[in-house]
Design a protein around this ligand. Structure first.
Ligand SMILES: Cc1cc2nc3c(=O)[nH]c(=O)nc-3n(C[C@H](O)[C@H](O)[C@H](O)COP(=O)(O)OP(=O)(O)OC[C@H]3O[C@@H](n4cnc5c(N)ncnc54)[C@H](O)[C@@H]3O)c2cc1C
Length: 415
């Protein structure tokens, strides 16, 4: 990074210090490419924001390659299966047996973010928190710029490329909205999630279909449980005292001979559900990655994993471009990402539709028929398993993404 007359000059300006932006910066640094990351929140807020916690094997492997998996390997919990519960019975889906030995790992998104921020600051690389009034300019030129306010001063980054990693509510996607097409679905569903200081009552995740509404038992560590119940998207958290949450959880996951342990609630919140995709994920010299470009309902645990998959492709394309002026990867970036995104969108939509209560008895009978099929047919269980552990390295990991990219065709990058 060099500064001249108040401007910062770098190769890649990265807007947003969530998992997508921070991991992209790490991957670029490994390849000797300079970047500046700007984030509108404070470090403390970003490091404490409780979100995803389930990593596909491909995500773990990428974090290893990025040199930030030390703590993940010490503290992450590897799982080989999940449980589906319905009609008063719990059925195990043996993910690893069904999906070629692949596993999932439980490790909080907050921990990944802490690891990446720690590494960036240890490396002495630029990461500016609490920026404000972020605006993008010159996106259709070879010299895009990012203007912002930081510590009371107006700043500007001059760069070759902007990476829009600023999540669903950021400024990057709106800056190119007129060049994009949006596809979305809102669900009449919310998830009320709690983090509780109690050892998980099940050693693997439990997805429970129940007439009172869906419930999910998951965890963050051997001492911390993460639990969710379906609610309406517009409910207020004040209407949910802890005792009511536990009562509802107990009713929805009850099973003969098993009990759910309760503990102090450390954090709670309600999130609405939506599916959203922006096509394409690029305009000019601005490339969108992660939640800035797409949202999935959390039932398939794909949001974080998709963000990581995007930046793996974007980093590789940028390395190629800066290294040898070959823009093939950049031109195909959007189509390559979207092939995976739409597969994950479908899986997340399918899991959401199968497991939640919509108050329609016909729908409920269809759901039960589908759940019985998944736990009794190896082919159906395999479909769930291979999507759940992630398709990286299998059918949508390599050749098919290239194929999809060729079919959609390249997008130009301003020279
Ligand atoms: C409440 C909640 C619960 C979730 N639970 C799950 C789950 O259980 N499983 C799962 O797989 N996924 C879950 N997700 C989704 C998952 O967390 C996201 O897919 C993931 O965070 C995407 O990472 P990202 O880096 O693309 O975006 P984000 O994590 O949203 O990061 C974007 C960053 O950009 C910053 N930013 C925004 N605007 C600006 C601006 N103008 N200038 C600079 N910076 C800006 C934000 O502060 C943020 O730090 C959840 C999401 C939410 C909101």
């Amino acid at each position: 990074m060099t500064a001249a007359a108040g401007a910062i000059r770098t190769q890649v300006a990265i807007v947003g210090a969530g998992p997508a932006g921070l991991l992209l910066a790490r991957l670029l640094d490994d390849a000797g490419i300079e970047s500046v990351v700007i984030e509108n929140r404070g470090r403390d807020y970003v490091e404490k924001r409780i979100r995803a916690g389930l990593l596909e094997q491909g995500t773990v492997e990428l974090l290893e390659r990025a040199g930030v998996a030390g703590r993940l390997h010490e503290e992450g919990i590897v799982h080989h299966g999940i449980h589906l519960q319905f009609d008063g019975e719990r059925h195990r889906v043996a993910l690893s047996d069904l999906a070629g030995g692949r596993t999932i790992t439980i490790y909080g998104q907050t921990e990944i973010v802490k690891d990446l921020i720690g590494r960036r600051l240890d490396d002495g690389l630029p990461l500016l928190f609490e920026v404000d009034e972020v605006a993008l300019e010159g996106i259709e030129t070879a010299t895009p710029r990012v203007r912002f306010l930081h510590a009371g001063a107006r700043r500007e980054i001059e760069c070759d490329v902007i990476a829009g990693c600023d999540g669903f509510h950021g400024v990057c996607r709106p800056a190119i909205a007129k060049h994009l097409q949006f596809f979305s679905r809102d669900y009449p569903l919310g998830w009320l999630g709690i983090l509780a200081a109690v050892a998980p009552s099940s050693d693997e995740l439990v997805y429970a279909h129940h007439e009172r509404g869906f419930a999910l038992l998951t965890l963050r560590s051997p001492e911390l449980s993460r639990l969710y119940i379906q609610c309406a998207p517009d409910e207020r958290i004040e209407e949910w005292p802890d005792a009511r949450i536990w009562e509802e959880l107990q009713a929805r996951v009850a099973l003969d001979g098993w009990s759910l342990a309760e503990g102090p609630v450390l954090e709670k919140g309600i999130t609405g559900m939506r599916s959203f995709v922006s096509e394409p994920m690029q305009h000019g010299r601005l490339f969108l990655a992660g939640d800035a470009a797409h949202i999935v309902p959390p039932t398939g645990a794909k949001g974080l994993n998709l963000a990581v998959a995007d930046v793996a492709l974007l980093a590789a394309a940028l390395v190629e471009w800066f290294g040898s002026a070959d823009d093939t990867g950049l031109r195909h970036y959007s189509a390559a990402c979207l092939a995976r995104v739409w597969r994950a969108e479908h899986f997340s939509y399918w899991m959401t539709s199968m497991l939640h209560t919509f108050g329609d008895p016909f729908e409920q009978r269809l759901q039960l028929a589908q759940l019985r099929y998944v736990v009794s047919s190896e082919a159906a269980a395999r479909t769930l398993a291979e999507n759940y552990v992630g398709l990286a390295g299998s059918r949508l990991g390599g050749a098919d993404i290239d194929g999809a990219a060729r079919r959609v065709g390249p997008i130009s990058v301003p020279r």
